[in-house]
Design a binder for this molecule. Structure first.
Ligand code: IVH
Length: 703
């Protein structure tokens, strides 16, 4: 990759060129520069996790590239970022031979196994008196992939298959932003190379993907590993993007050199090279260990932090780092003798399904929850497990009394893998899904497009309780000390029957309650007082409006002075905003035209809860580095749909300077309706960039 500074310079030039009218010829060099710049930013975003430009700037560069490729098809590069999305539907997979067979690894389970391994390697290599250097890497638990680069271009990707033949899935690999389409292996004298790695879904993304699938009524993906291996083999590669797959590479399995071989000494050097070429790899600063004791300590450490790691790992892989010693150790028919897997404790266990409870969610969805025989599993005792919905129960053919296999993956909530019909005695009973709400007895309804049965009574006590819990939760109003169990207790005491009651609590009574006291009551009071001053986005999110997540709450809060403004809004007001679709618009309208909900908001306002837009709710503040209009002069003319003062303020925040007349010092003129002489003058000058209001808002990332 080129020098970072140069690429940043080029980014700046390109972005400013985009703001101007683009004319003149476009050469191969221009194309190379543009593609390099985009690759660089993809790497910063997906691999380094530290983007250096705003998303919309990347989008603009990307669109510019698309336009230039359309105008100059002959300049289109095979590794262009646009090629990630070019192939969508593939009807079948070809079998392809791997360039070197994919072996598996021998397993170890404790310190003694590792010591044996160390002793064996020393024996095979005649290094009994030395301390061996090892590379200790996470053992990623996803779908194995195998990538071939020829003359720096990704030419083929395949799954593991049977180890000799894999299934080709190049189109799907190209959808993974963490797999470079082009990597400068030639810089290291390499003509052709085969890499081994693993495709994974980060655990937080896995949750999002499943939440989305549940909303869309799609089948729940059992665990991140199955979701990843499944995604590698999908025919419609758009699904790969949807499942947010990422790839780590950890092994170079085959090399063809351009001239004479220029090998390096250690495996870890190879990993560093891959890292420098833009791949996601095991952390090169972390992996080296001197001697087996350090290896053991590293494995223990990783086992202890396993649940905090962003990806699913099922152990560590210990590799002799010195490549010459690897050669000397050699291979068995099944695995290399220079590497071993250290397996973490099992995360599966068997248990018994005792009964199923039906819980009512904050917007009325009924979730079946299995109560199981308490079972220790990867460090916690599991006694209840969500069963998602009726289809899930049916698809697994679960019965009360069944022996079940449960699994806990990373910090992902435990789930039921399957039941064992073999163990049935005949006493098992079918799970009856209720027809009426277990809390308020309303008839349950099910929308054809949705997976969940619903209680549609907004006054259902169970729903209200869930909404109160959500209102006080960390992501919503963040009232410390007012967690689920305390809310349930206050609810039973009749103190909190609705959200507004939170702000009417009698702290003397609370102080007198068992387990409380003046200090705790005082703390709770302070937390509630603090919550009253929360920004609008938190209040919005706390209201349990269907489909309204944190992100949309934040977006919407930018557009109103007060929460009551939404009472006047119609569908178009919502859908005019980027990322707000008609379905959410409908939910917002329903909520804000519901008298009891508006009454609740009035009550909250009277009780002192902030209902107005605060500084934190205002649009993104740019810092000096990423201000999109940095150093530009700007002028607004004609009538705008937003307040003129507000527009000027926005421009200023984005780094621009407002000036009052059209002259050659003016860079940007934003024209509203009925613009007059200023527009004509700017046009005649020919140096002023003319934007519509929408273009302006887009440029500052406001829409
Ligand atoms: S090295 C010849 N390193 O574990 C040795 N494998 O049975 C090549 N795996 O499914 C494997 N993380 O895909 C290696 N850091 C890592 C790994 C790793 C996960 C997988 C591999 C295979 C299994 C080995």
């Amino acid at each position: 990759m080129k020098d970072k500074k140069l690429l940043l310079e080029q980014t700046k030039t390109l972005l400013s060129r985009l703001a101007e009218t683009q004319e003149g010829s476009f050469s191969k060099n221009d194309m190379d520069e543009l593609v390099d710049v985009l690759h660089f930013h993809e790497n910063q975003y997906y691999i380094q996790d530290s983007p250096l430009i705003a998303d919309y700037e990347y989008d603009r560069l990307y669109k510019y590239l698309e336009q230039k490729e359309l105008e100059n098809p002959s300049l289109k590069r095979i590794d262009s970022p646009t090629q990630r999305v070019s192939v969508d539907l593939i009807s079948e997979f070809n079998s392809v031979p791997h360039l070197s067979p994919m072996l598996s690894l021998a397993n170890s389970y404790d310190a003694d196994d590792l010591k044996d391994f160390d002793a064996q390697v020393k024996k095979w290599t005649g290094t009994e008196n030395q301390t061996l250097q090892y590379a200790v890497e996470p053992k990623y638990d996803g779908g194995t992939i195998c990538l071939v680069y020829d003359e720096d271009i990704l030419v083929r990707a395949a799954t593991r298959g049977n180890g000799t033949l894999g299934e080709e899935m190049t189109h799907n690999a190209k959808r993974m932003n963490t797999i470079p389409l082009r990597a400068l292996f030639s810089k290291y004298g390499i003509k052709k190379v085969e890499l081994r790695g693993e495709a994974l879904i980060p655990l937080d993304k896995f949750k999002e993907v499943n939440a989305q699938r549940e909303k869309e009524g799609l089948e729940i993906l059992a665990n991140p590993r199955n979701a990843a291996t499944g995604a590698l083999r999908v025919k419609d590669s758009r699904e790969v993007s949807k499942r947010k797959l990422e790839a780590f590479v950890y092994q170079i399995s085959y090399i063809e050199w351009i001239d004479e071989p220029k090998p390096w000494t250690f495996h870890s050097q190879g990993i560093k090279i891959l890292d420098s070429l833009g791949f996601k790899t095991p952390d090169t600063n972390e992996i080296i260990c001197q001697g087996i004791e350090e290896v053991i300590a590293k494995c223990d450490y990783w086992q202890s932090i396993r649940d905090e790691y962003a990806y699913e790992i099922d152990g560590m892989v210990v590799k002799v780092d010195n490549l010459a010693l690897q050669e000397e150790s050699g291979y068995t028919a099944h695995h290399p003798r220079w590497a071993i897997a250290y397996k973490f404790k099992a995360k599966q266990a068997t248990s018994k399904l005792l009964q199923v409870e039906f819980q009512v969610g904050k917007i009325g969805s009924i979730t079946p929850v299995a109560k199981i025989e308490p079972t220790p599993l990867a460090g916690v005792t599991v006694s209840s497990i969500t069963l998602h919905n009726e289809d899930f129960i049916r698809s697994k053919d679960l019965r009360i009394g069944d022996t079940i296999l449960i699994e806990r993956a990373g910090d992902v909530i435990p789930y039921i893998v399957k039941s064992f019909p073999e163990y049935r005695t005949g006493d098992e009973t079918l799970i009856q899904f209720p027809t009426h709400c277990p809390s308020c007895n309303s008839v349950l309804k099910k929308n054809e497009s949705e997976a969940a049965w619903k209680c549609e009574n907004t006054l259902c006590p169970a729903q209200i309780l869930q909404r109160i819990i959500h209102h006080a939760s960390k992501d919503a109003m963040d009232i410390e000390g007012l967690g689920k169990s305390i809310i349930e207790r206050f609810n039973e005491l009749g103190w909190i029957q609705n959200i507004a009651d939170i702000y009417r609590l009698d702290y003397e009574k609370i102080a007198a309650l068992e387990g409380f006291g003046t200090k705790s009551a005082e703390n709770l009071k302070n937390a509630i007082e603090k919550a009253k001053n929360n920004p609008l986005q938190r209040l919005l999110y706390s209201l349990s409006i269907p489909l309204l997540g944190q992100k949309a709450s934040k977006t919407l809060a930018q557009y109103v002075e007060s929460i009551f403004d939404f009472c006047e809004w119609q569908t178009e007001n919502y859908t005019a905003i980027k990322d707000i679709g008609p379905v959410l618009a409908g939910e917002m309208e329903r909520f804000f035209s519901n008298e009891s909900q508006v009454n609740l908001l009035n009550e909250l306002a009277e009780l002192g809860v902030n209902t107005r837009q605060l500084e934190e709710d205002k649009p993104h503040q740019f810092d000096q580095e990423n201000a999109p209009l940095l150093g530009k002069t700007i002028l607004f003319t004609g009538s705008l749909s937003i307040d003129r003062k507000k527009a000027e303020k926005l421009a200023e925040t984005a780094g621009a300077k407002n000036i009052s007349a059209v002259s050659k010092n003016l860079n940007i003129l934003v024209v509203g309706e009925n613009a007059g002489s200023k527009l004509t003058k700017a046009q005649s000058l020919g140096t002023v960039v003319i934007w519509t209001e929408d273009e302006f808002l887009e440029a500052i990332n406001y829409k």
